[in-house]
Write a protein that binds this ligand. Sequence first.
Ligand SMILES: Cc1ncc(COP(=O)(O)OP(=O)(O)O)c(N)n1
Ligand SMILES: Cc1nc(C(=O)O)sc1CCOP(=O)(O)O
Ligand SMILES: [Mg+2]
Length: 373
Amino acid sequence: MKEADCYDESTNGVVVMVEPYSQTEQIQQVVYRILDANLDRAREGLRIIEEWCRFGLNNAQLAAQCKKERQEIAHWHTAELRAARNTPGDPGTDLTHPQEEQRTSIKSLLQANFCRVQEALRVLEEYSKLYNPNMGKACKQMRYRIYTLESTLMGRHRQQLLLRSRLYLVTSPGDRLVETVEAALKGGLTLVQYRDKTADDTVRLQQAKKLRQLCHDYGAIFLVNDRLDLALAVDADGVHLGQQDLPIAIARELLGPHRLIGRSTTKAAEMQAAIAEGADYVGVGPVYETPTKEGKAATGLEYVRYAAKNCSIPWFAIGGIDPNNVNEVIDAGANRVAVVRSLMQAEQPTLVTQFFLSQLISRMKPELGMSYV
Ligand SMILES: Cc1ncc(COP(=O)(O)OP(=O)(O)O)c(N)n1
Ligand SMILES: Cc1nc(C(=O)O)sc1CCOP(=O)(O)O
Ligand SMILES: [Mg+2]
């Protein structure tokens, strides 16, 4: 190979001395570089995920699983692959997507890194076929394990966020739907249910898509009322089902283990059945009569007191709750409330959200009935 052949613009005119490789050897070096770079990418991405499992979730088992995968990647990272590295001559090191510079939530950070690991493993799977087919097979298996890890971790993330959510906005239709939800998210809301009993499906689909994106931009959970098909279509975090809606077992089968399922309850038997069937949370109400759910008799504060003593999963008092009566609902034992009108009809949804949250957080009581604390 002549020296002139070695001139590389990416090294700013510095002539890189290379061995006189044959064409086959040059291709081999390129494959080695690809493998080297993607082994690094996969390991780095896993490390970022591992740190969240360890410090964010305090979950030694998930952290250990990430570490094991990193070690497997390290095992395939041989000296000859490392030796092929040529960082100064790599035109890709300066390429960053604007979204890489900004992550809006832990969830989006984790998702981006899962994506990075899976892409790297896919590249490794293909190019290893030219290097070591066993490595290719191992990377394929690893990629499947990472998919499972992702869905487990995202499920845990949802559960944790649900636990931390004190205020739940159930939407009602209106011209300012998206603006109102966003204003509440700005006030610290972390849980939203899209509820529209009358719109056409085309409208519902479009609104649910928009709200799902908005909620995820703010790191909030997005659920869909009644409709599993819509929840799946927009990749929502789950559904809310009433006593007349689909059974929880069927919803679980269709949604898988990691999405959330909420159930409305009006009495002890319904609550205990929902828990036994695997609901992630229950609605407790209507505490007060409400025009939003006309004709449904109020359960009163007695049922709230029952929930406080006996409910082993997160529960939200709902029905007629507003800034004037929220303190008596809290006094009856509620640490979480769900509202429609109080936020959807508020002139200043951000401020009302902040008010509810300040009351709920500052007056929170130990969760005696909870099985997970
Ligand atoms: C949080 C929460 N609790 C209860 C309900 C009511 O659900 P359901 O009984 O199915 O009535 P509709 O909302 O479908 O009219 C809810 N949506 N959210
Ligand atoms: C949708 C819904 N479900 C209820 C139940 O008790 O199951 S009460 C309710 C409406 C709550 O609306 P508002 O906050 O405007 O009173
Ligand atoms: Mg329903």
